[in-house]
Design a protein around this ligand. Structure first.
Ligand code: AMP
Ligand code: GLY
Length: 416
């Protein structure tokens, strides 16, 4: 059973369905693209337990919320096999303050920071600080609780938004003010079993809504894999100084880390800094990464659960590039219309796969049902080929309020 309803969960469902060791994949609650949906929400942990018991499931958790709510701990209490980190381990994502303090005490490279719960003190700090800042709400805010500031006025406004206006509710009762690091960003995701973390393919997300990284942050408007920004030398540096160090330090603090450990990395002058941890696959990074994976994902997720990853061979990857372009509804990341009929699914070429995210099926039609609607993912022998293939497939799909970025992968091209 895959828990969740986004593009990442469609990709996990698709990849696990291709395993010879998996009989059937259920997705709870799933979307218009996942074939065997079970209508249990990700918050209904008791409902998910009951279904997993009835159908004898191995459970794979996609999003952060159920992990932060302790789904893995509850499944363990019931002796049900489940892939993902415990509630304690999920603090790396569910509390940015916890994560920053963890990095600081374990010398894991990250931007300098201070913590505040008082508007006045926060503003005084900004006034006295001589570098640009980023303001972050402590808790989970669907990727929107981070405000990158260009001026002190913007920083003061961000402090008001989070601490005074409580735009993110309790997630914003404390804030982090950290040094803005201007570098190149990439995603490094490792599959962990409590002892080791094996690297997934590298990738790069596109977080802003508009081309050339303009406009507000979103959950991610497109991603490609692998990214040339992380070469072999940098990859081993990230693996050793960040991934291995994180797993070892967590163990020293008595917390086992199992599941996907996602380090959002900023590279400046050749040095990688952790901007954030996530305790799950990225969305949309998951879509191009899994499109390139040749190994049987199920075997590896099971080995993570059992603490036996070191018994398995290295993951095997296609040499091709994969690019995922997110087709969104106009208005996202703010409010957007729903229930538009989407057409063109019969015209998808073999080099592409269309992962559904905010969609639902009604009779035989697929309707838009969210901000990020589809993740059009294509392979290509070069990054340019994969980009061309993905955008050519995007043109075949249509609905009234379709919108997307036109420059997914461009940063990788310019780097090459
Ligand atoms: P986060 O959710 O913490 O990854 O932040 C969302 C986005 O804000 C990141 O993907 C970066 O683009 C940006 N960001 C976060 N922290 C910093 C920082 N210290 N310096 C520059 N940009 C940042
Ligand atoms: N794509 C960024 C994330 O999944 O957090």
């Amino acid at each position: 059973m895959v828990v969740g309803s986004g593009g990442r969960e469609h990709a996990l469902t698709w990849k696990l369905s291709n395993s010879d060791n998996v009989e059937q994949v259920f997705t709870a609650p799933g979307n218009g693209g996942t074939p065997n949906n079970v209508s249990i929400s990700v918050d209904d942990i008791d409902g998910l337990v009951k279904f997993a018991q009835e159908k004898n499931c191995f459970t794979v958790v996609g999003p952060e919320d159920p992990l932060a709510n302790g789904i893995v701990d509850t499944f363990h209490e019931k002796n049900l096999p489940i892939f993902g980190p415990s509630k304690n381990a999920a603090q790396l994502e569910s509390s940015k303050i916890w994560a920053k303090e963890f990095m600081k005490r374990n010398s894991i490279p990250t931007a300098d920071f201070e913590i505040f719960d008082d508007t006045q003190k926060a503003k005084e700090f900004v006034k006295s600080y001589d570098k640009p800042v980023v303001i972050k709400a402590d808790g989970l805010a669907a990727g929107k609780g981070v405000i990158v500031c260009d001026s002190k006025d913007e920083a003061n406004e961000a402090i008001d938004t989070i601490l005074t206006k409580k735009t993110f509710g309790d997630a914003g009762s404390k804030i982090i003010i950290e040094e803005r690091i201007d570098g190149i960003e990439a995603s490094y995701i490792a599959l962990c079993d409590g002892n080791v973390g094996i690297p997934m393919a590298t990738s790069q997300d596109h977080k802003r809504i508009f081309d050339d990284d303009k406009g507000p942050n979103t959950g991610g408007m497109g991603a490609y894999s692998p990214t040339p920004i992380i070469d072999d030398k940098l990859a081993s540096q990230i693996q050793e100084k960040i991934i291995d160090k994180t797993i070892a330090s967590m163990n020293e603090e008595g917390i086992e880390f199992k599941g996907f450990l996602y380090a959002g990395i900023m590279i400046k002058d050749g040095t990688p800094y952790v901007l954030e941890y996530n305790v799950r696959m990225g969305d949309p990074e998951c879509q191009p990464i899994l499109m390139r994976l040749d190994s049987d994902l199920y075997e590896y997720l099971l080995a993570s659960y059992k603490g036996k990853l070191k018994d398995l061979p290295k993951l095997s990857w296609k040499q091709e590039y994969a690019v995922c372009v997110v087709l969104a509804s106009k208005g996202y990341p703010k409010s957007y219309p729903k229930n538009d009929k989407i057409t063109g699914f019969e015209n998808i070429p073999e080099n592409s796969f269309v992962f559904h995210a905010g969609t639902k099926k009604e009779n035989e039609s697929v309707l838009s049902n969210g901000g990020r609607v589809l993740g059009v993912t294509a392979l290509g022998v070069t990054l340019q080929n994969a980009i061309n293939n993905a955008y050519s497939t995007c043109e075949k799909l249509d609905w009234k309020n379709k919108s997307h970025r036109n420059d997914i992968g461009k940063k990788g091209l310019s780097y090459l």
